[in-house]
Design a protein around this ligand. Structure first.
Ligand SMILES: CC(C)(COP(=O)(O)OP(=O)(O)OC[C@H]1O[C@@H](n2cnc3c(N)ncnc32)[C@H](O)[C@@H]1OP(=O)(O)O)[C@@H](O)C(=O)NCCC(=O)NCCS
Length: 219
């Protein structure tokens, strides 16, 4: 069995090291669209080819994790790979605490020291980064990104592709809209509309995010 990581950048290296820490028995290999990286070793594992290479592999012998910070790209590539029948791999650091009643989809990354409390539902292809806390009865939808040390209080809903930056706090029962961005250190006291950047404590709208929002701003 082979465990592929799509993306040999910073997110890929984090995912790689979580897989190593979790003692995975499969071979770890990187996939990247940059031919300059082919045959290079990243944190001790080889970049073997691009997406076309991956789609030629036997889906019964492969699992893939999409390690891209940009939520739109992450979801798009996950869709393409799923259509080819290659299963998406959850990458979970052994120090994460995930309660028995949590429902977890596929292709998620859950970092070191994360806590996910009772009856929370996590979709697919999310990133729940180092030391984030997701409290009870939350719904975290596909492609959402929860950055290091974020605190999501109980019964919060995080919609598809929303990006919550480091150390933000979301008060209970709030909804963070699709592809919205919550700036680092913000305290969210009201629902956040889709494709909106909020900032500060209490968080206020500072920008409406158009189609051309550059996700590198938050990465
Ligand atoms: C959302 C974010 C990217 C916005 O940054 P930006 O729009 O590029 O902001 P800029 O750096 O251009 O700063 C614009 C102004 O907002 C202020 N500002 C930026 N981020 C702020 C924040 N999180 N809270 C309060 N003020 C902030 C700046 O000081 C600046 O103020 P000034 O005009 O008075 O000098 C940034 O706030 C952020 O959260 N970055 C961290 C992303 C993160 O956590 N990623 C996960 C990494 S693992």
């Amino acid at each position: 069995m082979k465990a592929y990581i799509f993306g040999a950048g910073a997110q890929g290296r984090i995912v790689h090291d979580i897989l190593v820490d979790s003692g995975i028995s499969a071979d770890i290999l990187f996939i990247d669209e940059d031919p300059k990286l082919f045959n290079k070793s990243i944190n001790g594992s080889k970049v073997v080819g691009d997406l076309r290479y991956l789609l030629r592999q036997d889906p019964t012998q492969a699992q893939i994790h999409i390690a891209l910070g940009n939520p739109i790209l992450r979801l798009r590539i996950a869709e393409k790979i799923k259509r080819h029948g290659i299963p998406l791999l959850n990458v979970i650091h052994p120090s994460a605490v995930i309660m028995e009643t949590v429902v977890l989809g596929t292709g998620n990354m859950i970092g070191a020291n994360v806590v996910i409390n009772s009856n929370t539902k996590i979709g697919n292809t999310t990133i729940i980064n180092t030391a984030a806390v997701v409290e009870h009865d939350c719904i975290i939808k596909d492609g959402a990104s929860i950055s290091p040390s974020v605190l999501i209080s109980g019964r919060v809903k995080v919609e598809v592709g929303a990006f919550i930056c480091s150390s933000a706090v979301i008060l209970p029962r709030r909804t963070i809209g699709e592809y919205a961005v919550v700036a680092a250190g913000s305290v969210v006291t009201k629902n956040v509309e889709e494709k909106t950047l909020v900032m500060g404590s209490p968080a206020k709208v500072v920008e409406k995010l158009g189609k051309n929002f550059d996700w590198r701003r938050v990465l």
